[in-house]
Write a protein that binds this ligand. Sequence first.
Ligand SMILES: *Cc1c(COP(=O)(O)O)cnc(C)c1O
Ligand SMILES: [Zn+2]
Length: 368
Amino acid sequence: MEYVCVECGHRFSLDVNPWKCHCGGLLSIEYEKKPIDFEATAISKDHSLWKYIYALPFENDDCWRSITMGEGGTPLISLARNLYAKADYHMPTLSFKDRGAAILVAMAKKLGVEEVVADSSGNAGTAIAAYGARAGIRCHVFVPASTSHKKIKQIEAHGAEIHKIPGNREDTAKAAIEMVERTNMFYASHIYNPLFWEGTKTYFYEVFEQLNGKMPDAFIIPVGNGTLLMGAYIAFREMISWGIINKMPRILAVQAENCAPIKSAFISNKTKVEPCENKGTLAEGIAIAAPARGSEILKAVRETDGDIIGVTEENIASAREVLAHKGIYVEVTSAVNYAAYLNYISKYTELKDKTVVLPLTGAGIKSN
Ligand SMILES: *Cc1c(COP(=O)(O)O)cnc(C)c1O
Ligand SMILES: [Zn+2]
């Protein structure tokens, strides 16, 4: 298993502990995977994401067994005709980030790492802190000082050392990277470390299985740093290479209109993302003004014949209310996905007759 630089192709062994390449390029990961036997996984007694072990970077008897909390296997809720919501708030720390954190922390454990750094607007840090506690790994979690109190409490409860950084999300990232560079600690980043997507990709395996061996026509996916979106792209390419599907589902991405640098680049046909001004949004979990993986995200969306739209603050607030009246209480950031669906069906009227899946990325009680 090796990290590979997406710019120059340089390869690194995992023990070298790089977080990016000497050339400045970011890393992807390569390892041997076996195609999943979805007929077998569909009837497995294990409902967690670990039933897909042959396509994960671990062996059957690795240390993940002492770390897992049964993450994965979340319900697919019918919301309307052809529309499903996948309830990833049914996760140990109440957000989909547990998929990536379980894989990343288990790998850190396997590598003998004792202390990690992470930075996040909340949920990724919570997931790393929880799995770090399971693994006996000390965690330094950097968050913007403005992060919701409930998320900070949840991180601290797991025993992580919290570093509250004044300023915006980018200042928090800078502070975390400064510590990584100074100490050479393992950077348990959901943005820089591609192992995280080896976990988020399982969301898409599960949907395929839950729809009885069919992919939906489109997935609604929220984008800040692209944690779920990059998992989609990996899963789709794997499933095509295994001959399980012959066409990628469309990625219908969404950003908060008040912080939408990737949408701006997408509509002006650019291949690079320019940082934007964060005008302030209720969707704190995806308010990323300078996404490090912008180019990769744009490429993935375009390759699936996808699209990216923005939703307004009013759209977000009202979507959260409508969902709650359907029995579904999500954190404010997660309401973006339903708001996006409503906008997409007026943009593409034919979408009403297509199968669409949207994610419920975080639980309602996480928001202040
Ligand atoms: C992390 C997260 C997202 C997706 O954000 P990315 O920055 O693209 O990974 C969406 N909703 C919630 C609740 C999140 O925690
Ligand atoms: Zn390089």
